[in-house]
Design a binder for this molecule. Structure first.
Ligand code: SF4
Ligand code: SF4
Length: 319
């Protein structure tokens, strides 16, 4: 049975990737399970999805704890313990990381027994939007497992994206094939692992001790630790306040921001903390005079918008 786990962030197509891979396996006459596991359900939050595929009925249930292949669509998650990327990795596990860094860098950094391969993330003009990361990973996985033909992958993509129109289908096929080609030099191949007795046998009864209710309480060792989590790192679009239009009503945007990322200066001006603004655009929707505009993060990164005193008018001038 193949046991494959995908890790990424909400909005990167991870659930779709596992569904496309599951459909492709199914088209190759495998028995299949594919399912996502969400944490905080919002864009940018760590999520994982998993696929089991076998020629026999699958008795295992629940998340995969001992994967054959771990696919990481967002390399910033590797060092986030809560994301669980390294959970259950053994010497036979292959970990595929979609990254701009080399496999050697990751081997030095992680120092684990598992085999590490990288899917080179395209940059510059070849870069694609984050919501295609999952599709790219699926193309790379097809190359590594050697169990599914490219034509089958195309049919699985058509089945998944058909309702979104031919251009979306074509773009996903193009990205999946490019990732497949990018893995051509990788010698690692994952052949269908043989059954593991300890996982295939029915479990016996065990006595579960009765615990006090406090065992389920979270362990928090210090206050204000969430400040260290820079949720702004995974934003794909950015709100910009146009101070020429802002009426300094002082409370609407700062009150509605769910991450408390807008403060009000002593002069009564709203200021966005881009380290913690996650790009949900609730402030854009709520501002009465429409003083907050949205720009793509890639565009903002190319411009000096590191603090919110850059106005939308200024930005429009730059653009
Ligand atoms: S809600 Fe709009 S008008 Fe009010 S302070 Fe925020 S940006 Fe300015
Ligand atoms: S987009 Fe606006 S509302 Fe959303 S987190 Fe950023 S500042 Fe807050």
């Amino acid at each position: 049975m193949y046991r494959i786990r995908f890790h990424g962030r909400g909005g990167q197509g991870i659930v779709t990737a596992s569904r496309v891979l599951g459909t492709a396996f199914f088209m190759q006459r495998y028995e299949v399970q594919d399912a996502p596991r969400y944490g905080a359900e919002r864009r940018g939050a760590p999520i994982f999805a998993y696929v089991r595929a076998d020629h026999m009925p699958i008795a295992e249930r629940g998340p995969i704890h001992a994967p054959d292949l771990v696919v990481v669509a967002d390399d910033t998650l590797v060092g986030v313990p809560a994301a669980g990327v390294l959970q259950g990795l053994g010497p036979d596990t292959v970990i595929l990381i979609d990254t701009t860094e080399t496999a050697e860098v990751w081997r030095d950094r992680l120092n684990i027994e598992s085999q590490i391969v990288v899917l080179p993330k395209p940059t510059g003009a070849d870069a694609y939007e984050p919501h295609f990361f999952g599709t790219a990973c699926t193309g790379a996985v097809i190359r590594l497992i050697d169990a599914i033909g490219l034509e089958t992958l195309d049919r699985a993509i058509e089945s998944e994206f058909d309702l979104k129109g031919p251009s979306i289908v074509a773009r996903n096929k193009e990205i999946a094939r490019a990732a497949y080609d990018a893995m051509a030099g990788t010698e690692i191949r994952i052949t269908e692992p043989t059954a593991r007795d300890e996982l295939s046998n029915a479990p016996g009864w065990i006595d579960v001790p009765r615990e006090g209710a406090d065992i389920s309480a979270p362990t928090i060792h210090a206050g204000l630790t969430s400040v260290e989590v820079r949720t702004g790192l995974w934003r794909t679009i950015r709100p910009i306040i146009d101070y020429d239009i802002c009426r300094h009503c002082w409370w609407v945007c700062s009150t509605f921001c769910p991450d408390d990322a807008i403060s009000v200066s002593d002069e009564g001006e709203p200021v966005i903390d881009y380290d913690h603004c996650k790009g949900c655009m609730i402030c854009v929707a709520q501002c009465p005079p429409h003083a907050i505009v949205t720009i793509p993060e890639v565009e903002a990164a190319a411009t000096d918008t590191s603090h919110s005193t850059v106005t939308a008018s200024t930005l429009r001038g730059v653009r």
